[in-house]
Ligand binder design. Structure first.
Ligand code: GTP
Ligand code: MG
Length: 227
C-alpha cells in the first residue's frame, strides 16, 4: 500500500500566493503561515504513518489489506483564503489556526465499504488521537450522490519548542466512491462544458453513485464469503 506524500509551501511560495490574492497586507504576521503549514504537515505525516502501520498489521493478522492507497494533500494558500472568505471567518493567523482544520488532509482509499469504518475505528481508538469532527456522507450521501466518510482528528506533534495538538482531515472512501468523485469533480469544475451536457451528466452520475454503492456492497459479500 502506498502513501503519496506531499510537501508544504515555503515562505517564498506563500508570499507569492498572498500577493496574487491581494490579501498580503491584510494578513499580518503572514510568515507564521509557514509554521502553520509545517505543523499541519507534520500532523498529516503522523496520521499517515499510523494508517500505514494499521494496514500492515491487518495484512499480518487478518490476511487482508483494508487500504488500497492513500494521498496526502496540503490545501493551497488560495483555497485557504477562499474558504475563509466563503465562511465569513476573519483573515487572521489566529482565525486560520482556530477555524481551518483541513489545511492538511489524507485521503484513504479502501478496498471495501466495511474497511472504511474498520480504518476509522482503528485510528480513532488510539490514545493520542482525538476525534474533532465527523461527517458520514455514506449513511447520508450528498444530493450529488457523493459518498465518503470525512473525519477531523487531532494528533500531538513534538517540536523543539513544545508539543502541539494538530488537526488533520481524513477522507475515507472506497475505490468506487473515489473513482466517482474524481469524475464528478471534473464535471463540476470544468468551465467549458455546455449547460445541457452538465445537466445530463449530473443526473447520470447521481444514478451511478447509487449503482456503484450497490455493486460494491455485493462484491463485499462475495469477498466475505470467500474469506
Ligand atoms: P470545504 O472543505 O471548504 O469544501 O468545506 P467543508 O469541509 O465544510 O465541506 P465537506 O465536508 O463537504 O468537504 C468538502 C470536500 O469534500 C471537498 O473539498 C471535496 O473534496 C469533497 N466533496 C464534497 N462534496 C462533494 C461532491 O458533491 N462531489 C465531489 N466530487 N466532491 C465532494
Ligand atoms: Mg474540506
Amino acid at each position: 500500500m502506498i502513501l503519496e506524500r506531499n510537501n508544504f509551501p515555503n515562505v517564498k511560495q506563500i508570499t507569492r500566493e498572498l500577493n496574487r490574492s491581494g490579501l498580503k497586507n491584510q494578513l499580518k504576521n503572514f510568515k507564521e503561515l509557514t509554521t502553520i503549514y509545517q505543523l499541519r504537515h507534520a500532523g498529516a505525516n503522523e496520521i499517515g504513518t499510523k494508517l500505514e502501520n494499521l494496514d500492515d498489521e491487518y495484512s499480518i493478522n487478518y490476511d487482508h489489506n483494508p487500504i488500497h492507497h492513500m494521498e496526502e494533500r496540503m490545501k493551497s494558500v488560495n483555497s485557504l483564503l477562499n474558504k475563509l472568505r466563503r465562511k465569513g471567518y476573519p483573515i487572521t493567523i489566529d482565525s486560520i489556526k482556530e477555524n481551518i482544520h483541513d489545511i492538511a488532509g489524507i485521503r484513504v482509499v479502501t478496498n471495501y465499504i466495511e474497511d472504511i469504518y474498520r480504518v476509522e475505528d482503528a485510528l480513532v481508538c488510539q490514545s493520542d488521537v482525538t476525534l474533532l469532527k465527523r461527517k458520514d456522507y455514506i449513511k447520508s450521501p450528498k444530493p450529488s450522490g457523493y459518498r465518503s466518510l470525512h473525519i477531523v482528528v487531532s494528533v500531538p506533534v513534538f517540536q523543539s519548542n513544545g508539543v502541539f495538538d494538530v488537526p488533520v482531515e481524513v477522507q475515507i472512501r472506497t475505490i468506487g466512491m473515489d473513482m466517482w468523485a474524481s469524475l464528478e469533480h471534473k464535471l463540476r469544475y470544468k468551465t467549458d462544458v455546455p449547460p445541457d451536457k452538465v445537466t445530463k451528466h449530473t443526473a447520470s452520475l447521481q444514478k451511478y453513485a447509487a449503482e456503484l454503492y450497490d455493486i460494491e456492497s455485493r462484491m463485499q459479500e462475495i469477498f466475505k464469503d470467500l474469506s
